[in-house]
Design a protein. Structure first.
Length: 473
């Protein structure tokens, strides 16, 4: 009898020990890679190392995998190098970012990807062929991990991309779709939102949906520290272009999460490279046309506005226009060193294949176009050429513009009744209010205008050039 009791006690103890055993789920996540293929040899080596420790490692992207590197964006199938590298590294999934729609190659890229695109609030016709899944469940050594994906929508109800790229595609609010999947949290050990909404919206989602365990974020390029927990939900995000990558460990005990930890890794400084992936990157970088030197920068471009002013001057000079306008989101470099400016630099600076557009507008119509484009928000106010802008901000809300005064280059008030020849890009004309029939699209891309201008100038110096004056009242 005593022997049977001892065996029973041992079995019970063993069962309790097993049930109380801690389990860990490891996730490597990236966001807003923007086609920085040169970092992939280090990323691959890091993932190789982590998978040696945990073969069940999950690897996800929170969107904006493309746009920002002509070696990727101008490839025969635009965007293919990034897909090939993500396949080789072994990504488990990606949500869609707004820049995934920058060209019409997304349908082909989805078909070439060895991983699913997880996005609950995007839908398409069969002809558009944007085949995504709203969620996906992964088995991690017997533990179920549920992933829901969502993409940001702007004021027009679409992601921030040219509307012409979205034919046959429609979207619904992220919150509407997330609310449909609370049941997933009851069937999975861990529930994750793979979000391209931006950090402020991620915080709101955490408040509204406390059944989420983790939000892997992107879109706003916000460098978090690793301890951002809102309403019990851990949120992660990094700067763009591989500012860092996130390594998240989720610890469970008795089927319940007992710990969540996010570590940020500077992958660009990782000491090892995967040789096969490095060979792939070298192959994609062989095209010599991107290395052609156009001009020399006598001093460094130290601010995005300096680059925007140079672009506007190029638009004006090459089209004979009086005024130029460039949206700040269209300037994708934050700086550029003194020295050579190459074709690749220009294509990285202005990667959207936008066409130049000419308009004949009065000063009043120019102001209306600018203000409807930026929606009175300071960070959206465009860069200009051929004039200056005096912006008065709301003292109670400095992010909002109270009023704008348009000035000539020598500081006099612009004639609001006179007509001016204005050059801009076709993204601004479809996202702002202009007179019907005023836009005349030129058969030339804005990048061509910039390259022509630089080749003629040979040497440029825009250090300290500012055409937007901020006044706080």
């Amino acid at each position: 009898m005593k022997k049977k009791f001892a065996i029973l006690w041992l079995a019970l103890t063993l069962a309790l020990t097993i049930s109380a055993e801690k389990r860990e789920i490891h996730i490597l996540s990236v966001n807003d890679m923007h086609a920085q293929i040169g970092v992939f040899p280090q990323l691959a080596a890091l993932i190789d190392s982590l998978r040696t420790e945990d073969p069940s490692l999950l690897v996800f992207s929170a969107g904006d995998n493309r746009t920002g590197n002509p070696l990727n964006d101008k490839y025969e199938i635009p965007g293919y190098p990034m897909v090939a590298l993500m396949n080789q590294v072994g990504f488990n999934g990606s949500t869609l970012g707004n820049h995934e729609f920058d060209t019409h190659s997304l349908q082909r890229l989805i078909g070439l990807s060895n991983f699913r695109y997880i996005c609950a609030n995007v839908f398409s016709t069969d002809s558009a062929g944007i085949r995504t899944v709203p969620y996906q469940v992964f088995d991690v050594a017997g533990l179920k991990v549920g992933i829901i994906g969502v993409i940001q929508l702007g004021p027009q109800g679409i992601p921030s991309t040219h509307p012409d790229n979205l034919k046959g595609i429609w979207f619904t609010p992220a919150m509407t779709e997330i609310s449909k999947y609370e049941w997933l949290s009851k069937q999975c050990d861990v529930t994750i939102l793979l979000s391209h909404l931006g950090y402020p919206d991620d915080q709101e989602m955490a408040k509204i949906f406390p059944w989420l365990d983790l939000i892997i974020g992107g879109h706003t390029h916000t460098q978090l520290k690793g301890d951002e927990v809102v309403n019990g939900v851990l949120i992660t995000q990094n700067k763009n272009k591989f500012g860092r990558v996130t390594y998240t460990t989720i610890t469970l005990e008795d089927g319940k999460i007992v710990d969540r930890k996010a570590e940020y890794i500077d992958v660009k400084k990782y000491p090892k490279k995967n040789p096969l992936v490095e060979a792939m990157v070298n192959h994609f970088g062989e095209d010599p046309k991107f290395k052609r030197v156009l001009a020399t920068a006598e001093t460094p471009f130290e601010a995005r506005e300096e680059l925007g002013c140079m672009m506007c001057d190029a638009f004006m000079n090459e089209t004979g226009s009086d005024i130029a306008i460039e949206n700040p989101g269209g300037v994708r470099l934050e700086s550029h060193p003194a020295g050579e400016i190459t074709v690749r630099d220009v294509l990285e600076m202005d990667p959207f294949d936008n066409n130049a557009v000419i308009l004949e507008l009065t000063g009043e119509e120019i102001l209306r176009m600018i203000m409807t484009y930026c929606n009175n928000i300071l960070v959206s106010f465009p860069y200009v050429g051929g004039m200056k802008c005096e912006l008065t901000l709301d003292r109670t809300n400095p992010s909002r513009i109270k009023s704008v005064q348009l000035l000539t280059p020598n500081g006099k008030k612009l004639n609001m009744k006179r007509k001016y020849r204005v050059v801009t890009n076709n993204y601004i004309t479809v996202t702002s209010k202009i007179p019907e029939g005023a836009a005349q699209t030129l058969n030339v891309q804005t990048t061509d205008l910039i390259m022509q201008y630089l080749e003629k100038k040979k040497r440029v110096d825009y250090r300290g050039v500012r055409r937007l004056e901020i006044i706080n009242k």
